[in-house]
Design a protein around this ligand. Structure first.
Ligand SMILES: [Zn+2]
Length: 85
């Protein structure tokens, strides 16, 4: 039980670190909004572009017309759904 108690504060510390990093990133001109891409296929690949991630294939569900890359949070919107999502 002691181990778990020791671990808990460590877990709680992590979000604080992230908040600090985000606060620094908020300095002028840094806007890290996830990218949005308009695509014309329902099956697309994403590799995150420069300094990206392993290529993954994503399937856009027909019902809402967009999918988010699990790696880089890039939002792929099918062109038929552009402006509707
Ligand atoms: Zn991606």
């Amino acid at each position: 039980m002691r181990l778990i108690r020791l671990r808990d504060p460590a877990i709680l510390d992590a979000p604080n670190d992230v908040v600090e990093l985000l606060a620094k990133g908020n300095a002028p001109m840094v806007t890290k909004a996830p990218e949005t891409k308009i695509v014309d296929k329902f099956r697309i690949s994403c590799d995150g572009g420069e300094g990206g991630h392993p290529r993954v294939w994503l399937q856009i569900p027909n019902e809402h017309g967009w999918v988010e890359c699990p790696y880089c949070d890039c939002k792929m919107i099918h062109k038929d759904f552009e402006g509707k999502v």
